[in-house]
Design a protein around this ligand. Structure first.
Ligand SMILES: Nc1ncnc2c1ncn2[C@@H]1O[C@H](COP(=O)(O)OP(=O)(O)OP(=O)(O)O)[C@@H](O)[C@H]1O
Ligand code: NI
Length: 443
């Protein structure tokens, strides 16, 4: 597990590497609208591993695909923003798409406020147009020194660039990333050619270095082998080497160890940890396995039916889980119960979220549900006054309030948030009409 040092935060001047706010992704099928990701917000800092955990169908992979610009019809991102702070990407795209680049520097915002904007959010909106996707936060003369791209608004060409450079992805099945007809070495070299302009002997040497870096023995020989000559664990290492070939800032791992046996799984987790340490990578790690999360994450977001129901530092989450759903997940880790106890799982399935929630989606399965859970939608709140970093979307919290007061707080905050979103104040300029899916709009 890596530690998030001040030094690491400095690279983005304390700002998150990835900042997801009010992300809303739905699938408009013939039958229904599936609100797969329903108002999700979280951050990832450089050098930080953020775990996303939840049962099958909770929206983990759709969150990842939304970040990567990989949502295809009948899916659509209906709202929110995904800010990716990769200076290389920002500089390159600012040049290429100067008409879709906007200055949101302190000076620009101050000037907008001097004109007629009342709040910072108003100032921001007055500067940004719908087409803008490169946001410049700081300039030093001609040089951009801070900024982000919004991947929910970036054009395809720009997203291909992000996917090959700033963000790399590792999936559960390494064969989805490897082409059976090319040697492993040639696939890594192709990536090196595209992303780092390396070819010939230099590329071969670099490919061998990368295979060595991911712990593949006898790399000089294996670089000439085909994927089918690799074992499952070695294949996943090769995929990680390929991901590193484009020198990413952020690695998204979607169940990368689920298909592997426990020993190999542990080795891959250790490898990811080492690589992260060396390269200061941000990692988003998706799994349904709380045991794996405990191994690797610095921070954990628990997802249920399209929403984040609890977020906390990893140690805090495991020592002090607050949401009844998180507690249920933790009780279903093998080995956490006495020898006589049978493995407990939460009864029932994740519901398909297909309407705007006016209640708690977990209530039907929740051992602690009470009457208000059926009529008030819980919003994320600090679990108590002293826990700024630990939030749960559950009417039992904040625990230092009476139950009645807590319910009122959720009820009012929920309404307040909807207003804020509809007027776009929280979305970094993207149109974020959280109600878009409700109007019978099934395009
Ligand atoms: N292309 C699609 N068309 C329609 N619905 C989809 C599509 N992709 C995902 N969904 C729906 O979105 C919801 C979230 O799916 P997602 O794949 O993100 O779940 P997950 O948390 O990654 O689950 P798993 O652990 O099984 O991978 C599910 O209800 C799923 O059926
Ligand atoms: Ni998934």
């Amino acid at each position: 597990m890596s530690v998030l040092t001040d030094e690491r935060r400095e690279r983005t001047d304390g700002r998150p590497l990835l900042e997801i706010s009010h992300l809303q992704t739905s699938f408009y099928t013939d039958k229904e609208v599936i609100r797969a990701v329903d108002d999700v917000s979280f951050d990832i800092h450089p050098g930080e591993t953020v775990g996303i955990v939840g049962e099958s169908g909770s929206g983990k992979s759709v969150t990842a695909r939304s970040i990567m610009g990989l949502i295809e019809s009948p899916g659509r991102i209906d709202g929110g923003a995904v800010k990716f702070r990769d200076l290389d990407t920002v500089r390159r795209f600012a040049k290429k798409y100067d008409k879709r680049t906007v200055d949101v520097t302190d000076e620009a915002l101050a000037e907008a406020k001097g004109n007629d904007a009342e709040t910072d959010a108003d100032a921001f909106r007055s500067l940004v147009s719908k087409k803008d996707f490169v946001f410049v936060e700081e300039r030093n003369g001609d040089e951009i020194t801070a900024g982000y791209v919004d991947t929910t608004r970036a054009p395809d060409g720009a997203m291909r660039n992000v996917r090959g450079g700033g963000i790399a992805m590792v999936f559960q099945d390494p064969l989805t990333s490897l082409n059976p007809v090319y040697t492993v070495g040639n696939q890594i070299k192709e990536s090196l050619r595209i992303h780092r302009g390396l070819s010939g002997q230099a590329a071969t040497e670099k490919a061998i270095d990368l295979l060595e870096a991911v712990g593949i023995p006898d790399a000089a020989r294996r670089v000439r082998e085909y994927p089918h000559q690799f074992s499952g664990g070695m294949r996943q290492r090769a995929v990680i080497a390929m991901a590193l070939a484009c020198d990413p800032e952020l690695l998204i791992c979607d169940e990368p160890t689920t298909a592997l046996d426990v020993t190999i799984q542990a080795q891959i987790l250790e490898l990811l940890d080492d690589i992260q340490e060396e390269r200061d990578l941000g990692i988003m790690f998706i799994t349904h396995d709380m045991g794996v999360i405990a191994e690797i994450a610095d921070r954990v977001n628990v997802m249920y039916a399209g929403e984040i129901v609890e977020t906390a530092g990893a140690v805090d989450l495991f020592e002090n889980p607050r949401h009844p759903y998180t507690r249920g997940l933790l009780q279903s880790i093998p080995g956490t119960q006495g020898p006589d106890e049978r493995l407990r799982t939460i009864e029932g399935d994740v519901p398909t979220p297909n309407e705007k929630p006016t209640y708690c989606r977990f209530a039907p399965r929740c051992p602690e549900a009470f009457d208000a859970c059926d009529r008030v939608h819980p919003v994320p709140v600090a679990v108590n006054e002293d826990a700024a970093d630990h939030a749960a979307a559950c009417l039992l919290y904040p625990e230092d309030r009476s139950r009645e007061d807590a319910v009122t707080l959720h009820d009012e905050q929920g309404k307040g948030e909807t207003d804020a979103k509809t007027s776009g104040t929280t979305t970094g300029g993207a149109t974020s009409d959280g109600t878009a899916a409700d109007g019978g709009d099934t395009q």
